[in-house]
Design a protein around this ligand. Structure first.
Ligand SMILES: Cc1cc2nc3c(=O)[nH]c(=O)nc-3n(C[C@H](O)[C@H](O)[C@H](O)COP(=O)(O)OP(=O)(O)OC[C@H]3O[C@@H](n4cnc5c(N)ncnc54)[C@H](O)[C@@H]3O)c2cc1C
Length: 279
């Protein structure tokens, strides 16, 4: 961890022909089909688009670790039951924004490091978590420049939850950077009112990270049965192996965390190697 915090990533290394594992970026898979009957085929062919043109890759096995709800479009030969289960989840949109401020004296003066704004454009503002790793040192003095972490969960109150996520995604697509910037300046100025904070002078940089397909869909007891047996959960029906195609991604367990993504990748690979594995 110490080494990678400030290291520059060499992306070319990801797709090195000398490496046994290669990752090709900017390549969108648009189809994954068995060459022959899925029950007996020996290969899967994946078509992907890169730089405006379509390419094909073949393998004896294929793991789809992408958003589960697009798999029905990638695998038209799948059963309708499995397609329906995969299409059930709707990814949750999220915006994490970083704002670099000249110093954090206004926060010191107010005695706060975390501000919640129910109903606000951004629902929370916090001083970056104070971590020092390797060469990276957090700004320990209030005189130092520092990052703020702002959270926005775009949605449309009043709609069923999945429709709120869809509306939030449309909102993210349509919102300009200027709108984010104006709201940052406005909300921060109001939060830090009564201090010397001057948005024109003290905001040094803004990065808006939009995650239209942010969190995996988690079953919501407000809208869905709590006591559904595991075998009836759409994610369990959807992630069943389909011939030589296996299904990973955190969607495959209906929980939005990295450990889940790793568990589901492990399960999908274990299905290839026919290991019996309990997760
Ligand atoms: C802002 C944010 C903060 C988070 N913070 C935390 C945290 O603190 N702790 C934690 O445990 N989890 C956190 N999570 C959740 C965590 O990032 C996810 O659970 C995890 O990344 C899921 O991994 P995954 O492999 O299932 O899917 P992803 O990481 O979403 O990977 C799926 C990949 O598939 C690619 N893809 C999709 N469609 C195609 C296609 N057709 N062809 C090719 N590629 C395709 C996508 O581009 C993407 O790279 C956070 C998520 C977000 C968005």
């Amino acid at each position: 961890m110490e080494d990678i915090v400030i290291a520059k990533m060499n992306y070319a290394k990801l797709d090195d022909s000398a490496s046994p594992v290669r990752i090709r970026l900017n390549s969108t898979a648009i189809r994954a089909v068995h060459l022959g009957d899925p029950a007996s085929a020996k290969e899967v062919e994946v078509t992907y688009v890169r730089g405006g043109s379509a390419h094909k890759a073949r393998g004896t096995q294929c793991v789809l670790a992408c958003y589960n709800m697009i798999i029905p479009y990638l695998c038209p030969e799948m059963s309708e039951t499995q397609k329906e289960a995969l299409a059930y989840a709707v990814k949750i949109p999220l915006v994490y924004t970083n704002v670099q401020i000249r110093n954090w004296k206004p926060f010191q003066k107010l005695g706060v490091n975390n501000v919640y704004c129910p109903g606000g454009y951004f629902s929370s503002f916090s001083l970056d978590f104070p971590v020092s790793i390797g060469e990276y040192k957090f700004p320990s003095s209030p005189e130092e420049s520092c990052l703020l972490h702002l959270v926005r969960t775009p949605c449309q109150p009043g709609l069923p939850c999945k429709d709120q996520y869809r509306a939030g995604r449309a909102d993210l697509l349509a919102t300009t950077f200027e709108t984010f910037e104006r709201n940052i300046r406005d909300q921060l100025t109001r939060i830090l009112g009564g201090t010397d904070f001057d948005p024109a002078q003290d905001i040094q940089a803004i990065t808006v990270n939009r995650w239209p397909h942010g969190y995996a869909y988690e079953y919501n007891p407000l809208f869905e049965p709590l006591d559904r047996p595991d075998s009836e959960r759409p994610c369990v029906i959807g992630r069943k192996p389909f011939g030589r195609i296996k299904i990973a991604n955190s969607d495959a367990d209906g929980h939005a965390y990295t450990n889940i993504a790793i568990d589901q990748a492990h399960r999908a690979v274990a299905e290839i190697s026919h290991l019996s594995l309990q997760i």
